[in-house]
Design a protein around this ligand. Structure first.
Ligand code: 26Q
Length: 810
């Protein structure tokens, strides 16, 4: 009864939005109208909750978390927010009642693709978990007009298209013009000394206005509501038509365009740094607006900034928001007239840093010249931080010590952002146990010895409400049936209770049936999108993630070519049929990554046309891998490929999504795979390859890819095959050269050839187990049961308890 009443109420609210915002009745509305009306209804509920949350936080004078990230890969929000608010069922009923299909309405929402991959998606999962755990938290980023590009595959190659998500996506955004901040670029600084105290004056600068567009975020089963604050860039000088005749019109337009370009586009580089001026402007823009906004509110409430660190913690997601450090100093020194030491104490008790990568090419090092001309006052402050740090280091290590040079903040006319973070932050954490060890003993070894207490680990986690309950409803029912209800939604460790059923034939059979159903559902989707028919009788073997050499999609391809060759040679080759699925975006400027995408498509094409492979071997490249595609794919996946060179993948979070949906992992002991292996043991995961220690030993000793090639007939054959080329006319000598001779860089930097045999053997083990469905399903069940530790709720509790010192629900 209550539900039908709520359905009616919901239908009325949706109709009111349709009428008011679009001047339409339900009969006149399109799916897009219906989506927007539903989003506005849900937004109103969250908005009211958010006002109440903010009041409570202010009254309680609680410590707040500010999560700064250049990326928040939010994906879709309608179904998710409705689910968390407990209004999903009545909303679906109302949509049906009004003559629409809820599935189609959810599908019409564009992904908010304001991120590249792991780091951005992690920020989104964490914002949800912080909200569910009732932590007063705000996310901050840029309101990019264009999110991560849309990928098309044309003639086997990646083509990038603009992602204009704001068309419909801005239904979620509440613009708060009254909270606009001014951000200053360029110009010069005039010092005004008053005795020992300087009052620098910034002149001839260019202003850009930062206008907040807030996206409310619902927590599960709570009224607590947080927001993601996305800063939009606007010019302070509106284009004035009357200037036209005076000739200033074009100048005004130009100035406007210069300002607004800051929020135009997300940089599509993942795990790769490029010293572009616009990127640095983006970073300072969002950081300055954020700090000004937080400090303004704090001052209004407490009348002083002296207790700032008691009321706020700022978590910076990789080094991209590092400029918060000098920006806070600037406000405290220049605008609030604090002395250096007092300002420094407030800053260093507020800011904590998470590192997400050990790849040297991803470490941010900004050229002094660019830095100084764009941010003259910030440059001055960074110089002073660097000078004082250098004195401290020299006192500790002695002058001329190599460690002083390695830890320097400014060196060789570059600003090293990671060193600035390590100097100023009260906590530094890695994102998996192995990664945090590598930070302590390798990447930041000097700093670790100086101050070991600063270094922490918080293993990543995912929003299991989205990545299990919402996307895999059949598995959700099975879990409810086996664990006695939905407690696991707030207490992910309760998934463990599934394990009581590890030997229950009926449960295992049901788990197998769920996977089959999900595979069919996914195959239907692929067919309707691309016309491709997936073989659902084959094992779904999946590698989806950004394309990067260290993630070794190419190792997967080499193995597929090996299987193909074997099958050609021996038509009776006893082989577990496999459907290999790939999904990956390559950074537009990353040539080798794009070649690997083309190679995957050449292989897919060749295999599709060869009758020998029919019903046995299939390869498909899924176009435009994104959050909403991952949501369809994870429930249908059986084998998860996590095959990075050990020591290179900081954590991985896709690995956790697969595990929660019952896929088994084939992987190296890298990132969080190590902890997955710790959870399930040798018997429930397919581990292969060199360990991180072995990789580093082998590299130290001298790795000779050529020897592996010469001594392995399979590898020789595969390389020849790649060189000779494919039926589509494309050949890949460039890729084989990179593996065997190096082509100017070290040969096979990521040790594909060294791990090939071990990878092959692991795949053979996979094939054997798959033929015993009972054993496979049992392993799958154990993986699901032991995946609770990878819930974002657990990660956020770790942050709250070991770094932020804030209370949380539960
Ligand atoms: C930096 C400067 C200029 C332009 C771009 C960048 C940039 C952008 C994105 C550098 C790095 C990134 C993204 C890094 C990333 O996604 N790292 C991943 O973080 C995940 C969450 O912790 C981990 O699970 C992955 O292992 C890690 O690769």
């Amino acid at each position: 009864m209550a539900d039908s009443f709520r359905k009616d109420q919901m239908a009325q609210m949706i109709l009111a939005k349709l009428r008011r915002n679009f001047g339409r009745t339900a009969e006149q509305a399109t799916n897009a109208h219906m989506f927007q009306a539903c989003a506005l209804v849900v937004r109103d509920i969250m908005s009211a909750n958010n006002i109440a949350t903010e009041k409570l936080v202010q009254l309680g004078q609680q410590r707040q978390v500010h999560y700064l990230s250049m990326e928040f890969l939010m994906g879709r929000s309608l179904e998710k927010n409705a689910f968390n608010l407990g209004v999903l069922e009545p909303m679906k009923e109302a949509i049906k009642f009004l003559g629409f299909d809820p599935g189609e309405i959810f599908e019409s929402e564009p992904d908010a693709g304001l991120g590249n991959g792991g780091l951005g998606r992690l920020a989104a999962c964490y914002l949800e978990a912080m909200t569910t755990l009732e932590i007063p938290a705000t996310g901050y980023s840029i309101c990019y007009e264009l999110g991560i590009f849309k990928q098309k595959i044309v003639d086997g190659q990646q083509v990038e298209l603009a992602d204009n998500w704001l068309d419909l996506g801005d239904s979620w955004l509440i613009t708060r013009t009254d909270e606009t901040e001014e951000v200053k670029f360029g110009g010069r600084i005039i010092d005004h000394w008053e005795g020992n105290i300087n009052h620098p004056e910034h002149v001839e600068y260019t202003s850009v206005l930062a206008v907040p567009r807030d996206m409310p975020v619902a927590g599960y089963n709570t009224d607590h509501t947080n927001v993601l604050r996305l800063w939009d860039a606007k010019s302070p000088t509106p284009v004035d038509m009357s200037l036209y005749s005076s000739g200033d019109y074009l100048k005004a337009v130009e100035r406007q365009a210069m300002a607004e370009v800051i929020a135009k586009v997300l940089y599509p580089d993942d795990n790769h740094y490029e010293g572009k001026s616009l990127r640095l402007r983006q970073q300072y823009f969002f950081v300055s607006a954020t700090v000004q906004s937080i400090m303004r509110k704090h001052r209004a409430q407490y009348g002083t900034l002296r207790n700032f660190h008691e009321k706020h913690v700022i978590q910076i997601n990789d080094t991209h928001p590092t400029l918060v450090i000098p920006e806070m100093m600037r406000i405290l020194l220049d605008e609030e007239s604090y002395e250096w030491d007092e300002a420094w104490e407030i800053v260093t008790k507020t800011v904590a840093y998470t590192n997400h990568t050990v790849l040297a090419e991803a470490l941010e090092r900004w050229p002094q010249q660019l830095f100084e001309s764009l941010l003259p006052r910030i440059w001055g402050i960074v110089c002073e931080i660097a000078r004082r740090y250098q004195i401290e280091l020299e006192r500790h290590f002695g002058q001329g010590d190599g460690r002083v040079a390695r830890m320097a903040i400014i060196w060789d006319n570059e600003v090293r952002m990671a060193n600035l973070c390590i100097c100023a932050c009260f906590a530094v954490n890695g994102v998996s146990a192995l990664h945090s060890e590598i930070l302590k003993h390798d990447v930041f070894a000097d700093a670790y010895r100086l101050d070991p207490g600063k270094f922490k680990n918080v293993t990543n986690g995912i929003d299991h409400r989205r990545w299990l309950s919402e996307i895999n409803p059949k598995l959700d029912s099975l879990i409810r049936d086996c664990t006695g209800g939905d407690d696991y939604l707030l207490q992910a460790y309760k998934l463990k209770e599934l394990e009581k059923h590890a030997d229950d034939a009926a449960v295992l059979e049901r788990l197998g049936q769920i996977k089959r159903d999900n595979k069919l559902r996914f195959a239907d989707y692929v067919k309707s999108e691309s016309g491709i028919l997936l073989n659902t009788d084959a094992l779904f073997d999946v590698q989806v993630k950004r394309l990067h050499e260290y993630k070794r999609q190419l190792l997967n391809v080499l193995h597929i070519i090996y299987l193909y060759q074997h099958m050609k040679e021996d038509p009776h080759f006893d082989f577990q049929p496999r459907t290999f699925l790939f999904g990956a975006k390559a950074a537009p400027g990353y040539y080798v990554a794009k070649r690997i995408i083309r190679l995957i498509n050449s292989v897919a094409d060749m295999i599709a046309k060869d009758p020998v492979c029919k019903d046995r071997l299939q390869v498909t490249f899924l176009e435009n891998y994104r959050v909403s595609l991952a949501e369809k794919l994870m429930p249908a996946s059986e084998l998860s490929e996590q095959i990075s060179t050990a020591g290179k993948e900081a954590s991985g979070t896709g690995n956790m999504k697969f595990m929660m949906n019952g896929a088994l992992t084939i992987g190296t002991l890298d990132g969080a795979n190590v902890e997955m292996h710790d959870q399930v043991g040798d018997n429930n995961i397919f581990i292969f390859g060199l360990t991180a220690q072995e990789v580093s030993d082998l590299k130290a000793k001298g790795y000779h890819a050529y020897d592996y090639y010469m001594n392995n007939p399979d590898l020789k054959w595969i390389m020849k095959f790649l060189n000779d080329g494919f039926p589509d006319g494309e050949s890949y000598g460039d890729l084989t050269r990179r593996l065997i001779s190096g082509d100017g860089c070290p040969a096979d930097e990521y040790l594909l050839l060294a791990d090939f045999e071990s990878y092959k053997a692991a795949h053979e083990r996979v094939g054997k187990v798959y033929r015993d469905p009972k054993q496979w399903n049992r392993m799958s069940l154990i993986n699901i049961a032991r995946s609770g530790i990878f819930a974002a709720d657990r990660s956020i509790c770790d942050y709250a308890e070991t770094i932020w010192d804030v209370p949380h629900r539960g």
